[in-house]
Write a protein that binds this ligand. Structure first.
Ligand SMILES: [Fe+2]
Length: 232
């Protein structure tokens, strides 16, 4: 190809050659993955983080008494929009206990919080971008449909705050936060099915939730909860 990079002056053969080279460039025309929609952080991100912050929310430290609730395995991958696994992403989850109480001291039923439930967990991804938690199936509280809160940090910056909803929950239709999610693709990205773990003797469930994040820290404008906490 003697002609400098002026496609206009390329021969038909050069042009086709050039285009096919572009076409076969890995990832160039790869379909972007659908970004996981942001959801409010809400007011119950723990104001006092638990001593035990691992990815097993069923057992607090070395207690032998498990949390009350249906044991559930929450797994997934943290991905970029081009499908690349995100390494060293810190995934945090928090949710209410089986009675609807959060670890946060402002939670209405905090006094009854299940001491055997960790309420909050953290996991740092490796080269595959995978994360995993053992927790309880989320339950409804007040007028909220069952959900698990997620925060994804990278390099100390919050990349995404979102929530995982449960497929088939009747409250999904009237939930004050979820009903603002009107785009079917957004809803499909946030609402997932909890399936029985095959051969589980204790009725465990499993749910898979891949999270697609953008390249820049999230914009927290408009989320008064996040803003408040940011401003301490
Ligand atoms: Fe919540």
């Amino acid at each position: 190809m003697s002609t400098p990079f002026h496609p206009a002056r390329w021969s038909r053969r050069e042009l086709l050659g050039g285009l096919s080279a572009l076409y076969f460039t890995p990832g160039l025309f790869a379909e972007e993955l659908y970004r996981t929609p942001r959801q409010t952080e809400g007011p119950f991100y723990p104001d006092h983080l638990p001593l035990d912050q691992d990815n097993d929310l069923i057992v607090v430290k070395d207690s032998t008494t498990p949390a009350v609730g249906c044991i559930t395995h929450v797994t997934g991958r943290i991905l970029t929009a081009s499908g690349q696994p995100v390494r060293n992403a810190v995934v945090e989850i928090w949710q209410c206990d089986a009675g609807g109480a959060y670890l946060h001291t402002g939670s209405k039923r905090h006094a009854d919080f299940d001491k055997n439930f960790q309420g909050f967990g953290r996991f740092e991804t490796g080269s595959t971008g995978e994360y995993r938690f053992r927790t309880i199936r989320p339950v409804a509280y007040d007028n909220r449909t069952p959900h698990i809160h997620f925060a994804i940090d990278q390099g100390g910056k919050r990349m995404l705050t979102t929530q995982l909803y449960t497929k088939g929950e009747p409250l999904n239709a009237v939930d004050g936060v979820l009903k603002k999610v009107t785009d079917p693709k957004d809803r499909a990205a946030l609402i997932h099915e909890y399936k029985p773990v095959p051969d589980s003797k204790i009725g465990e469930l499993a749910v898979s939730f891949d999270i697609v994040i953008g390249m820049t820290p999230e914009d927290i404008k408009g989320d008064r909860f996040r803003g408040e906490r940011q401003s301490g």
